[in-house]
Design a protein around this ligand. Structure first.
Ligand SMILES: Nc1ncnc2c1ncn2[C@@H]1O[C@H](COP(=O)(O)OP(=O)(O)OP(=O)(O)O)[C@@H](O)[C@H]1O
Length: 245
């Protein structure tokens, strides 16, 4: 085998291994805030590059599930593995390092209201000491359709603008996985479609996406565009949703 072919084979081997390793895995997980479990017997492996929706009635534990996935909560029983590490074995700084590979869009999109939008969006890079990588900030704001609002203060933004800004902030560190909690909660249909297009584009770049949502129309629209799997929380358990979606 020639030198180039050998290098390519090695690259493919490495890429193949990287690409098939689970990003996040939950095994026999249960979680309880009080005496009664909220989630029980949860098993899921998020493969690199996969796209998942998580749905279920309000209060069934979708946000809790996402928090387990990014290590904000540790399971009551069972095992959560993030990038091949058991979260229970990870020290606080190790978890912080792993979290830099994960972008999170929180349900409430909190911002620092006294700082301009661009500074807010840049914050994850700044606090990670990677402020020198901010060259692409304008391009990122333009990508989410907020190019003209870099200097705006968060309280002056609409709900849709805030949600797109939260998405930009979640992906500024170029994470391998994006977890989004009701990212289209305040958006009208056109704006939801626009945000969905951004998520689809990220997934096509190889990012792993997990979106908690009540919005069945969003899920149906996504399934026209990507190979998205749909999970549902029912009776405290995680299930694959039916083909009706
Ligand atoms: N920190 C907490 N302490 C105690 N109970 C909590 C805590 N956080 C959430 N809960 C409870 O756990 C249950 C599930 O909450 P969670 O936010 O995970 O549900 P959800 O499916 O995301 O709901 P929604 O769709 O309304 O956002 C709710 O009954 C909630 O009140």
């Amino acid at each position: 085998m020639g030198k180039d072919a050998t290098a390519q084979a090695a690259f493919r081997a490495v890429f193949h291994v990287r690409n098939t390793r689970p990003v996040i895995a939950l095994e026999q997980v249960s979680y309880a805030y009080g005496p009664e479990p909220l989630l029980t017997d949860v098993n899921l492996t998020l493969a690199a590059g996969s796209f998942y929706f998580l749905t279920g009635p309000s209060g069934t534990g979708k946000s809790t599930f996402l928090k387990l996935c990014y290590g904000e909560l540790k399971p009551t029983t069972g095992r959560v593995t993030i990038f091949d590490r058991n979260v229970k074995d990870m020290k606080r700084d190790e978890l912080a390092i792993a979290r830099r590979r994960m972008g999170v869009v929180h349900q409430d999109c909190q911002f620092l209201d006294h700082l301009p939008l661009a500074t807010n969006v840049a914050l994850p890079l700044t606090v990670a000491g990677r402020g020198n990588e901010l060259d692409d900030l304008s391009a990122l704001l333009a990508w989410v359709g907020l190019g003209g609002l870099a200097d705006a203060l968060p309280p002056t933004l609409s709900g849709g603008e805030r949600q797109r800004a939260a998405l930009a902030r979640a992906v500024i560190t170029s994470p391998d996985v994006l977890l989004a909690d009701e990212p289209t909660g305040n958006l009208d249909w056109d704006m939801s479609q626009r945000l969905l297009a951004l998520l689809v584009e990220l997934n096509r770049m190889g990012k792993t996406i997990l979106v908690a949502t009540h919005d069945m129309n969003l899920i149906r629209a996504a399934k026209q565009q990507v190979n998205a799997r749909v999970l549902r929380i029912r009776d405290k358990r995680l299930q694959a949703a039916g083909a009706d979606l």
